[in-house]
Design a binder for this molecule. Structure first.
Ligand SMILES: [Zn+2]
Ligand SMILES: [Zn+2]
Ligand SMILES: [Zn+2]
Length: 152
């Protein structure tokens, strides 16, 4: 529960040397209130009432920035890319298992790149590695059988 606290998100921004503007505070609040993932558009819609003339670009740039410093994390879904509060305590590089039912994130210390030999001609800048499935809670509630279309 604690990691959903807006004040903790703001503190984490401060730790990374970000200036805390009213807009960034609002973004922190939106993520604290969200129960799962937020798209850039949802963040934008959550702010537009409060900030007249706010541009989508500004919102997006802020999200990018927060993602770069690990305050939020970005996930690629089939239809869109969405953001979530990062796993505090896992600010170093890490990956996740993601529950398709409840959106629970389970951090993984394992990084497949440790065992990956990149071809000489390709310069790797970053990578993504996510595992989708059902957490133990959701399996117990019988939600684990329905989907097998996501298998990679
Ligand atoms: Zn994480
Ligand atoms: Zn779950
Ligand atoms: Zn990795």
């Amino acid at each position: 529960m604690k990691e959903r606290d807006a004040e903790l998100i703001v503190q984490s921004m401060t730790r990374h040397g970000l200036r805390i503007t009213e807009q960034r505070r609002t973004i922190a609040q939106l993520f604290a209130d969200a129960s799962g993932f937020l798209s850039a558009k949802e963040v934008y819609l959550g702010m537009i009432d409060k900030y007249n003339g706010l541009s989508f670009d500004t919102v997006y740039r802020n999200l990018r920035l927060l993602e770069e410093i690990g305050v939020i994390e970005q996930f690629q879904f089939e239809d869109s890319s969405r953001f979530r509060v990062g796993c505090f305590g896992h600010l170093h590089h890490h990956h996740h298992m993601i529950c398709l039912t409840c959106s629970r994130l389970i951090p993984l210390e394992y990084c497949p790149m440790d065992n990956f030999q990149a071809p000489d001609h390709f310069q790797i800048v970053k990578h993504k590695f996510e595992i989708y499935g059902y957490c133990d809670n959701c399996q117990q509630q019988g939600m684990g059988e329905a989907v097998d279309t996501m298998s990679a």
